[in-house]
Design a protein around this ligand. Sequence first.
Ligand code: ATP
Ligand code: MG
Length: 256
Amino acid sequence: MKKKFRIIKYKPNIKPALKLKNISKAFEGRPILQDLHLSLQPGSINGLLGENGSGKTTLFSLIVGILKADSGEIFAKGGALISDLPIHERCRKFRISYVPQKLSLLSGLSCQDNIRGLCQITMNDNRKIDEICDRLLTEFSLLDVAKVKAGELSGGQAKRLSIARALINDPDIILLDEIFSALSPKIVEAIKKLIMNLQTSRKSLTILISDHIYNHILDLADLVHILSDGYIVKSDKPTNIIKDKISIKAYFGESS
Ligand SMILES: Nc1ncnc2c1ncn2[C@@H]1O[C@H](COP(=O)(O)OP(=O)(O)OP(=O)(O)O)[C@@H](O)[C@H]1O
Ligand SMILES: [Mg+2]
C-alpha cells in the first residue's frame, strides 16, 4: 500500500519537532554514532534506514533517554534541550513515546490491562481511563482480544497493542523501531494503514520509524534518513533517495 498523497511538504525552515545535534556514542571505545545530525519536521513520517548494526536502536535509545550520548545535544519542541532529562520527563513533558524493537508488553496481563495499567501511572480518573482504553482497543482492532493475555497474542496483535500503548499519553513524537519485523504481508499492510491513519487523525504527531525492508519505509515516509558510518549521510523524499548516489552506496546497493 502506498500513500495516495503526501500530507506533509518538506519545508526546510519550519521549527523541528526534534533535533539531534553532533550526537556521538561509543560502546567500550567502539564508535557507533559519530557527530550525527537529524531534524524531524512536526507532523511528518520519517523513515530511518541503516544496515544491521548501524546504530538505529542506539539512536532511538538516545532520543528516549535509555542511553546517554557521549557528546551532542537533543532538542524537542520549542527548542527545549532534553538530552540531560530522564526518560519519564521526556515522556511526560515532551510527549516522546517509544515502541522498542523488542516489545515490552506485560505478558501475564490482558490486552486491556496492558493499556489500563499504563494509564494508571499518570491518571486516576477511572472514567477517563476506561474511555482511553475503549478508544484505543477500537482504533487498533483489539476489542475481540481485550481479555486475552498479551503473551498469547499473535505477532500482529502484539505490535498493534504496543503502538496503542505508546499513544496513551497523546505523544508529539512516536518512535517505532522495526515495527514490521516478523509479520506476514497482510499484517504489514494493516499496520502501515494504521500508521497512515495516525498521521491523518493526529496532525501534529511526528513519527520516526525504522525497518529492514526499505519498501515499507519508502511507502510510508515523507522523508527518509540513511544512517551509515555513524551519521545521517542523506535525508530526502522517498522518490529522490532511491536514486541518490550516496544513499545507493551506503544502503540500497546497486541492484535496487
Ligand atoms: N549496550 C550495548 N553495549 C555494547 N554494544 C552495544 C550496545 N548496544 C548496541 N551495541 C552495539 O552497537 C552497534 C549498533 O547496534 P544497534 O542495535 O543500535 O544497531 P541497529 O541498527 O539497531 O541494528 P539492527 O538493524 O540489527 O536492529 C552494534 O554493533 C551493537 O553490537
Ligand atoms: Mg535495531
